[in-house]
Design a protein around this ligand. Sequence first.
Ligand SMILES: C[S@@+](CC[C@H](N)C(=O)[O-])C[C@H]1O[C@@H](n2cnc3c(N)ncnc32)[C@H](O)[C@@H]1O
Length: 195
Amino acid sequence: MAENSLTTQEKWDALYRDSETPPDVAEVLRENAHLLPASGKALDFACGLGANALFLAAQGLETHAWDISPVAITRLTENASTRGLTLHGDARDLAAQPPLPASFDVIVSCHFLERPLNPHLMAALRPGGLLFYQTFTLERVDDSGPKNAEYRLAVNELLTLFPSLRVLVYREEGLVGDVQCGFRNKAMLVAQKVG
Ligand SMILES: C[S@@+](CC[C@H](N)C(=O)[O-])C[C@H]1O[C@@H](n2cnc3c(N)ncnc32)[C@H](O)[C@@H]1O
């Protein structure tokens, strides 16, 4: 079958069937883990192999991990059970089945830039809930990340995508200074639903 005729699910399934291990926990979560609540319900949104979901579950949060790829979800739930972690995986199309309003205390969304879903992310947070968001920027120092510019953030764009939330952390270094160091190719945001 020609690659362009594959569905989104088939493309990601094929990739996850062949990949060895989950990537590292995203910087936005690892570097800001002190902001997480001691308990509550967390969602890894478009989780892939779910390094972030495993991290959330290990922190003691009731963790849900959703992705369109059943292969990724199966591998993630097996991985969680090997580690003795409880995690609720669900293979679902997030455009068709976004999270319900006020259903999560923590949402992590990394490397999945689907701007039309952002209102659902804001609505899905409970009062006081936190969004941890990180993805690729147009400004970059190498070729990592998506080639299609639509899937990369413009300068300062991430600051504008979740207007109803209070910004706690924002980091976007662009091409400033020594580009061999720091957080490059991406922007990160931690923001809170107030009230
Ligand atoms: C670049 S990967 C990021 C995975 C993970 N969040 C990470 O940072 O490693 C994008 C993920 O989005 C998922 N995806 C794409 N379209 C989707 C959709 N409509 N609904 C749910 N998941 C989707 C893919 O299966 C893939 O796992």
